[in-house]
Ligand binder design. Structure first.
Ligand SMILES: [Zn+2]
Length: 342
């Protein structure tokens, strides 16, 4: 999954946090080698090379990634979308284990007593989540979350009593269903379209204390700093009994405005990386990445890198005909938040 190393390196907030992590932990002698330390090592090597020359040589970058790739080899056959989720969750788990270990060590005992008083304070102010088995567990938030995590809210309106029930869920990426000749904006619109729950799919309304027809809508409550959009190009086709790749043309803009947010409709994003799947099917494919660096787009393919013109990005949108010789399709898109324009 070399394609991700370039993409993640160009996720600026993520890179900065990872380099901070490296600085704070490089002198810990007995640290075990894991995905996090390897990624931190890799990023630090690339960034120190940048200090020497002022620029990152993409070729050197690729060589470094290749060396580090031994570690990722066992995950190579995973789908790129699964791999990203695996990687981010693995980093969160490692950070959580380290924090727990630090809190359990004797010198941290004084600070842990203060943290327990602050958590009881939160309970006194009314917990948003009821305690489970009497133990309230705060969700563990790391700098991985700061970069990638957003919050979706699932609003369900009972059609009998009109009560709206909102349920929040966090995400590292949005998986969107795609249609032929569409765009990210229309896919996001479909993602947030109102769905009616009826017949066998009724909703249990707490107020009516019974199953009722309801309308459901998904909105983005907290847009993430880095918005990762996964296009569902692999679809299980029942009569084929296998996954098929959809080569649909889905236009992705360089600048994206999120419209399906709870508030702040002018959350703007700029595209800075694309993971491209090359090939006709899920089992015979190859990934490359397109990354924007210093206003130029770079095309990374395992051991090679070349500069491409932004005007050629449309080649990766997909094909408007089912059979096309072009099999390079944008699969996972990375947008960075430009902040709120309003
Ligand atoms: Zn109701």
């Amino acid at each position: 999954m070399a394609c991700y190393m370039q993409v993640l390196y160009f996720c600026i907030p993520f890179r900065e946090q990872l380099l901070d992590y490296y600085e704070n932990n490089k002198n810990v002698g007995d640290a075990e080698e894991n995905l996090l330390t390897c990624l931190a090592d890799l990023f630090s090597q690339i960034s120190s090379q940048k200090k020497k020359t002022g620029v990152i040589s993409p070729r050197r970058f690729v060589q470094r990634v290749k060396k580090q790739n031994e570690l990722f080899r066992s995950y190579m056959h995973q789908d790129a979308h699964e791999f990203l989720n695996f990687l981010l969750n693995e980093l969160v788990d490692i950070l959580e284990r380290e924090t727990n270990a630090a809190n359990a060590s004797p010198e941290a005992s004084s600070s842990s007593s203060s943290s327990s008083s602050s958590s009881s304070e939160k309970v006194a102010n009314g917990p948003s989540n009821p305690p489970v088995n009497g133990v309230r567990k705060d969700p563990f938030v790391t700098w991985v979350h700061d970069s990638f995590q957003g919050i979706l809210t699932n609003e369900t309106r009972c059609l009998r009593c009109e009560t709206v029930t909102a349920r929040d869920e966090t995400f590292f990426d949005l998986s969107l269903d795609i249609e032929q000749n569409s765009s990210i904006t229309s896919c996001l619109k479909n993602f947030s379209s109102t769905e009616t729950l009826n017949a066998e799919d009724k909703f249990f309304c707490d107020k009516c204390c019974s199953l009722q027809e309801a309308q459901k809508r998904m909105k983005i409550k907290k847009p993430p700093s880095i918005l990762v959009i996964h296009l569902k190009r692999f679809k299980y086709i029942e009569h084929l009994g296998r996954n098929k790749k959809l080569s649909y043309r889905v236009v992705f803009p360089m600048e994206l405005k999120l419209m399906n947010t709870v508030e702040d409709p002018d959350t703007e994003y700029s595209l800075f990386a694309v993971v491209v799947h090359i090939g006709t099917g899920p089992n015979h494919g190859h990934y490359v990445s397109l990354v924007k660096s210093h206003n130029h787009w770079l095309y990374f393919d395992d051991e090679t890198v070349e500069m491409i013109d932004e005007s050629t990005m449309h080649k990766y949108f997909g094909s408007s005909q089912e059979y096309s010789s072009n099999t390079e399709h944008g699969y996972i898109l990375f947008y960075e938040s430009l902040g709120r324009s309003s």
